[in-house]
Design a binder for this molecule. Structure first.
Ligand SMILES: [Fe+2]
Length: 185
């Protein structure tokens, strides 16, 4: 059974292990293997957005709800990350730095019950390919909001400092589309 407070405590213990990334990945994989339990604890996602479950200097836990068809530009984290999907699908495109700015070097679709570990140097873009909200638990090995990092313009692939307001606008735009859709149907 998923309990938010217990999950936080288990993550706090896991990051103290010698291979923190593997320990957290195992933990998250276990949690999303029972998506109905996660939904019971966190609620059925109705809006796109980022809910902070826990934040400290060495650990951030987020409930990320991607809006239908939402596309999120390339970015890095500069800390390890674990993503676990409890509903929907998160399409990841991976990049490497290059003379052109960035070059694609792989893709991975994460579906319900999937969990993936990402190293600290990973650069990725995320798309929700579905007409429904995708729900994911994201765990980061640091303070996700306070760490300076980069994002890239999806068209020019130019690198810029990460802008949290830009992120919030992207989620709000997804919500606006959801509202329009609800009004139309
Ligand atoms: Fe990311």
């Amino acid at each position: 059974m998923f309990q938010t407070e217990r999950f936080i405590a288990e993550c706090q213990a896991a990051i103290k292990e010698s291979d923190a990334l593997s320990a957290v990945k195992e933990l998250v994989a276990g949690v999303v293997s029972e998506p109905t339990e996660v939904l019971r604890a966190l609620g059925e996602p109705e809006r796109s957005g980022v809910q902070t479950i826990y934040k400290a200097f060495d650990l951030t836990i987020l409930n990320v709800c991607w809006g239908p068809r939402m596309e999120f530009h390339p970015h890095d984290h500069r800390m390890w990350a674990v993503i676990g999907i409890y509903g929907g699908c998160e399409q990841n495109t991976f990049y490497r730095r290059s003379k052109a700015g960035l070059t694609k070097h792989g893709a991975k679709a994460l579906n319900g019950k999937d969990a993936i570990a990402l190293g600290a140097t990973i650069i990725h873009a995320v798309t929700n390919p579905l007409d429904q909200i995708t729900g994911a638990i994201h765990v980061y090995g640091g303070d996700f909001f306070a760490t300076p990092r980069s994002e890239w313009d999806p068209k020019t692939l130019e690198e810029h400092p990460y802008n949290v307001e830009h992120t919030m606008r992207a989620f709000e735009a997804a919500n606006e589309q959801l509202r329009t859709k609800v009004t139309r149907t």
